[in-house]
Design a binder for this molecule. Sequence first.
Ligand SMILES: [Zn+2]
Length: 395
Amino acid sequence: MITKGDYIIQLRSTKKSGICRKCGKVIRHFKGYDEWITIRHLPILGREVYLKIRPRRYQCLECDNEPTTTERLSWRDSGKNYTKAYRDHVLRCLINSSVEDVCLKENLGEKHVEAMLSESYFGQNPLDHISYIGTLGLDEIALKKGHRDFVVIVSSRFEGRTQLLGVLPDRKKETVLEFLKLIPDTVKNTINDVATDMYEGYLNAAKEALGESVEVVVDRFHVAQSYRKGADSIRKKEQKRLKKELSENDYKELKGLLWAFRKNPNKLTETENDILETAFGYSPDLKKAYELRNAMTDIFEEDYTKQDDIAAFKKWEKKVIKNGLDCYDSFIKTLNSFQSQIANYFNNRSNSGFVEGLNNKIKVIKRRCYGIFNIKHLRQRILLDTLGSELLFTK
Ligand SMILES: [Zn+2]
């Protein structure tokens, strides 16, 4: 809405012709002006700018009833009260920001900003633009913290680029299968392998849609999440026990154990090392679990073949059993069901890391736009934040 201090620029069309809406021919017979329209444009010196124009009307003398047509303005989509340049400006502001914030700064309504995003490139289905997939990624994220209602992120990873292909409302096999079937055959043929989380539904959907022979790889990142969770469970349990059994002063010595325990062992400070040593003195099981966790990480660092790797897994599993630890039970179960897919990592290491980058970006979006529970909006925001700077800033 125009307020005091805004700039209003009155325009006059210099075009001498239009296109007949009926026959599509160029028409030059001038038939007067349309009503004034007001169109928001790029700001000048921090002020809002509005363009006012009366579009010209032309008459077709060749069509029946000699209809008139209003001229189209190339810099504005018909019916919109803002220019294309202004829409791109708003989208640039929206990158790494929230709709609320942009509304405030640009003096716009939420519906306006959302509509601009929907009608832009970022509102379109990514499958309509993709021609090469490479590695197809299937991952899940929980939209609300602590909730089990996952949405599935489908991505393409090729030559160091991760691109969003779709956001699915749930992780049911049928939902994933239905989406994979939408990928055009020519694009399907460009899929080298499928990188997934450890979940049967993904595995089965991928095989059904892409053929039994498709190589499915479990991302190292997901494997690490799983065994680290196991190690953390015994840390929690032992800390609880020690809190009861130790004197208040002795227990204080363990302050910071959580972070020291989770940290990369090569990056521990002296203090953190001391905390760990103290804790291990009280709990030999915790020490064993810690060492086995690090041993599993080391396996992934080795330059193994797939066969070497499966052997290393077996050896590791035996050690866990020999040590009588039950914190890795759930991980071992997963490891056994997905052994081949996990070991496929050693065939093609380039997969790892991609998914983590995209997931982190999505986490940031979730935190910033705490209201995004709508998967269509989420897809648009991910596309804008991942591709926006490239598509909206290079001219
Ligand atoms: Zn005509």
